[in-house]
Design a protein around this ligand. Structure first.
Ligand code: CTP
Ligand code: CA
Length: 222
């Protein structure tokens, strides 16, 4: 780590990273969320800071410690993550969207705890959340914009679809159907989907993968 820090691969650069899950409130005591641990995003923030970048980590609720030299902004909902991201873009050279953002939120936030009724079923209407990485890729000036794609099948073709649809510079694809890696694990294996080619990084610790990812991305933005 000292070696990468000394290399200064990202010295003078500003990096913004989203990480973790979001929580979408249903009522004062309940929410919709997912099992994202935030580990990959925190490892990327640590690696970016080691590489000398001014690093902002916009984090949903996690159990993780803030890496050294990283400025962390805590958010809860997708809308808060969107607002914090947009407010952090000035001078941003690299944006990495590692957060598992809830695609939908409840259409209504009940002000009081929802009570059981006599019915055996209930329905919660959901509305779409803003797509944060798409908004960053459409911003001017556009930072180098990296997304993730967690897929259970046809990993590379779905990832390439996201690269094109969201106008990203890179998608880091991972196969979340593989037991023991990816979601919530300390280890991962990824395929980098660039506009013109692909590269697979074999299973490794998220810490080491993050360093390798930051080294590859740095080469594209300097
Ligand atoms: N993303 C985002 N804002 C959202 C949804 C997703 O910034 N509201 C980002 C994620 O952080 C990730 C990328 O978009 O970098 C892809 O997320 P993913 O959930 O795989 O893709 P979706 O476009 O939401 O498609 P789907 O969930 O249907 O596969
Ligand atoms: Ca999604």
């Amino acid at each position: 780590t000292a070696q990468q820090f000394q290399s200064g691969l990202l010295a003078g650069k500003k990096v913004v990273i989203t990480a973790g899950p979001t929580r979408e409130a249903i009522d004062p005591v309940r929410y919709i969320s997912n099992h994202s641990s935030g580990k990959m995003g925190y490892a990327l923030a640590e690696a970016a800071a080691e590489a000398g970048a001014t690093t902002i980590l916009i984090s949903g609720p996690t159990q993780l410690a803030t890496p050294d030299r990283v400025q962390r902004l805590d958010v809860t909902s997708a809308q808060e993550m969107y607002d914090a991201t947009m407010a952090s873009l000035e001078g941003c050279d690299l944006f990495i969207a590692s957060a598992a953002v809830a695609d939908y939120r409840p259409a209504q936030l009940a002000e009081q705890k929802i009570k059981k009724t006599g019915q055996d079923t209930m329905t919660i209407e959901l509305v779409k959340n803003p797509d944060i990485v798409t908004a960053v890729a459409a911003s001017q000036p556009k930072p180098y914009t990296v997304g993730f794609a967690a897929e259970t099948q046809d990993v590379v073709s779905y990832a390439r679809g996201k690269l094109e649809r969201k106008k990203l510079d890179l998608v880091i694809a991972n196969d979340v159907s593989q037991a023991g890696i990816g979601f919530n694990s300390d280890r991962n294996a990824v395929t980098l989907v660039w506009p013109t080619d692909e590269e697979t990084l074999a299973e490794n610790s998220k810490t080491q993968l993050a360093r390798d990812l930051i080294a590859r991305i740095s080469a594209k933005i300097t």
